[in-house]
Design a protein around this ligand. Structure first.
Ligand code: 5GP
Ligand code: ZN
Length: 116
């Protein structure tokens, strides 16, 4: 997508601090981290959000690739022992601000027991 900020990151048109990359998946540090570890896990192919991914075979394959990479990503950011929270905001009402599907992987501090 021409004007999508995460597609621009995938293309290298705008810089990012990459922590993992494979054929289908890119992981980079969030610009405004909310915890000592805060990275974004994205499919390289543009999907608007996780709902859109889940209703297409291509999207489901990309989700599969993202979760297959998760153990290696978690290891690379040092959260294997500590644990982590994986967050997805799907749609504007849920707080999605970048309309390219992504998971937030956060951790490195106590996150408490509440999701809101
Ligand atoms: P959302 O609110 O859509 O779930 O999350 C979007 C996230 O993308 C936010 O946490 C925001 O800080 C991050 N973000 C937005 N633009 C950029 C960017 O250009 N580079 C990086 N690394 N993160 C970004
Ligand atoms: Zn995109």
């Amino acid at each position: 997508m021409e004007n999508c900020v995460f597609c621009k990151i995938v293309r290298g048109d705008i810089p990012s601090k990459k922590v993992y990359e494979d054929e289908n998946v890119l992981v980079f540090k969030d610009l405004h981290p909310v915890s000592p570890v805060h990275v974004l896990i994205i499919p390289k192919v543009h999907f608007e959000n996780v709902h859109a991914m889940s209703v297409s075979e291509e999207g489901l394959a990309a989700l599969n690739a993202m979760f297959r990479a998760l153990p290696e990503i978690v290891r690379l950011v040092g959260l294997e022992e500590k644990g982590f929270r994986l967050i997805n905001n799907c749609g504007v009402a849920a707080g999605q601000s970048v309309m390219h599907a992504h998971f937030h992987l956060i951790g490195g501090r106590s996150l408490g027991t509440k999701i809101l």
